[in-house]
Design a binder for this molecule. Structure first.
Ligand code: SF4
Ligand code: SF4
Length: 426
């Protein structure tokens, strides 16, 4: 196992040297667009990471703030002529900062919450019960707005309602399917479990329709990605290990996720951030990653064919690519599913693959910048004249809903699986 006193940046030292400071990464960097300052772009963060590694910079709040201005969207990695993995470097720099000067109060609290499913469940229950005291319902929408400003939330933001009962509590652990059909484990993810439970219900309905056996391990945990934003890799490792144990209990063909971020954790970040430095976990995490697929990939592979409900009006739908699906190369599958759905007309928006500004805790930490990144996304969606914007990530759904409402639009935000499930023949 890696020595506790090893600077995580040492692991990416060679990659740091590959940056030739050409600036090609400025193009399409949402953080640079929002802050218009060199430290926000990949090149600036790489220079800062080098100083953090060599300890020739003061590790003050400004250093921390500069490193927090990244959505880990991966656009710079795609644009870099030298294949510099800036997202990996930013993760290592945040971990290095956390080791050298400790976690921030905010990230320490995030770690405490995501490590404890029972506490999270209690919090969701309380929020669902007492929400009306703090939030008011927004007319003609299913969103909420705070009655008064609160730290990290403000009162401009539109927030989705917390479900009265979590998705995992609504279903048995095993939903048996037809013999010979695939066995699927469902990595639910916190947003789907506590907020967008209808997204999880839609995915379950689709795989039941296909005759699959669906397993929803009761002991599954948060994927841990919110901890990664603050450099809390110990929490990410703990959660990766607990999820590993839980999903290894069952023999399955696939592990599906309806959340691009959770899918990105299982598929790429667990092996990269946890597996690389923990040889005792590496093979097991890689085996887990091989089975992990996005829901749209598997529905496409299994040949889902929704049927049109008679007499229904044609829906004009546009699709937003979540960053963690784009960087995993999952772009055509959701579009093919939507195009193959009777009654759906798919219209492309400008910049469909550009980040919506969510970036996990970036949206909490830098809310105004997050919404300024979202402006062009909202405008692009509105200009398609679509009835619905579909996407593959509950985090993006929340951000897109907030942005569209703040732009005065009532365009409906849906997960691709909700749209597909709504077209299934009853
Ligand atoms: S594009 Fe790549 S090589 Fe060029 S400045 Fe950005 S990170 Fe460095
Ligand atoms: S990962 Fe995204 S936000 Fe971060 S530096 Fe690269 S392009 Fe900018």
């Amino acid at each position: 196992m890696e020595q506790l006193n090893t600077d995580p940046l040492k692991r990416v030292e060679e990659q740091l040297k590959k940056c030739v400071k050409c600036g090609a990464c400025r193009q399409n960097c949402p953080a640079f667009n929002a802050f218009q300052r060199e430290p926000a772009v990949a090149r600036g963060k790489i220079a800062l990471a080098q100083h953090i590694m060599t300890d020739d910079i003061e590790l003050d709040d400004q250093t921390y703030l500069a490193m927090s201005k990244c959505l880990l969207c991966g656009s710079c990695v795609e644009k870099c002529p030298n294949d510099v993995p800036t997202d990996e470097i930013v993760i290592a720099a945040r971990e290095s900062l956390a080791k050298k000067r400790g976690l921030t109060t905010f990230h320490s609290a995030v770690g405490q919450v995501i490590k404890n499913r029972t506490r999270m469940k209690m919090g969701a229950k309380m929020a669902s019960l007492f929400g009306p005291l703090f939030f008011k319902k927004v007319p003609e929408s299913s969103g909420l707005r705070l009655r008064f400003p609160m730290p990290f939330i403000g009162n401009k933001r539109f927030i989705p309602q917390i479900a009265a009962e979590s998705l995992i509590d609504r279903y048995p652990e095993v939903i048996s399917g037809e013999p010979g059909k695939p066995r699927i484990a469902f990595f639910v993810g916190c947003m789907t479990n506590f907020v967008y439970t209808d997204v999880g219900e839609a995915a379950i309905a689709l795989f039941r329709h296909l005759g699959c056996t669906i397993i929803i391990p009761k002991g599954q945990q948060c994927c841990g990605l919110p901890g990664m934003s603050g450099g809390d890799i110990a929490t990410v490792r703990e959660l990766a290990e607990r999820n590993l144990e839980e999903f290894e209990k069952y023999e399955v063909d696939y592990i599906i996720s309806v959340c691009a971020t959770c899918g990105g954790a299982l598929h790429r970040l667990y092996p990269l951030v946890v597996g690389k430095r923990n040889p005792e976990l590496r093979d097991r995490l890689e085996a887990l990653a091989k089975k992990a697929v996005d829901v749209s990939q598997l529905l496409r592979e299994l040949g889902l064919e929704p049927s049109e409900t008679a007499g229904e009006k044609k829906l004009r739908v546009t699709y937003h690519d979540p960053c963690h699906l784009r960087t995993s190369g999952v772009r055509k599958q959701p579009r093919e599913l939507l195009k193959g759905t009777p009654g759906v007309e798919l219209v492309e928006m400008d910049g469909a693959d550009k980040c919506c500004g969510m970036g996990g805790t970036f949206n909490v930490y830098h809310y105004d910048s997050s919404m300024s990144i979202n402006d062009s996304k909202s405008e692009a969606i509105i200009s398609t004249g679509a009835d619905v914007v579909a996407t593959g990530c509950p985090g993006c759904m929340m951000q897109l809903s907030d942005g569209l409402k703040q732009h005065g639009s009532n365009i409906k935000v849906m997960h691709t699986v909700q749209l597909l499930a709504s077209k299934l023949k009853q």
